[in-house]
Design a binder for this molecule. Structure first.
Ligand code: FES
Length: 109
């Protein structure tokens, strides 16, 4: 059975969107499925576009492995400010521990 959690996306206009997210889906896929327009994801998750940039907070970032070299390289080219916990959301697979967390999206992709 698929497990679902509640996840919040805070978009660049300050709106918080609360969605049901499936464990095992990526944060990018979940954003697209829920019409979070700030996430563009041009390459569909192939790690070649960097238009799925999101900001994690300290607690959320701690739930994931560090970005690998490919992701770090792609993060060099993000359109908005890169922050300490900038990530590409296609590389972040939702896990139960992420329940109730807030993912922030940048102004531009
Ligand atoms: S969707 Fe293209 S890098 Fe994430």
């Amino acid at each position: 059975m698929t497990q679902e959690i509640v996840l919040h996306y805070k978009t660049s206009d300050g709106t918080v969107h609360t969605v049901d997210a499936r464990v095992g889906d990526s944060i990018m896929d979940t954003a697209i499925k829920n019409d979070i327009d700030d996430v563009v994801a041009e390459c569909g998750g192939s790690l070649i576009c960097a238009t799925c940039h999101v900001y994690l907070d300290e607690q959320s970032a701690a739930l994931f492995d560090e970005p690998d070299d490919f992701e770090l390289e792609m993060l060099e080219g993000v359109a908005s400010e890169r922050r300490e916990h900038s990530r590409l959301s296609c590389q972040l697979i939702i896990k139960p521990e992420l329940a109730g967390h807030t993912i922030e999206t940048p102004e531009r992709q």
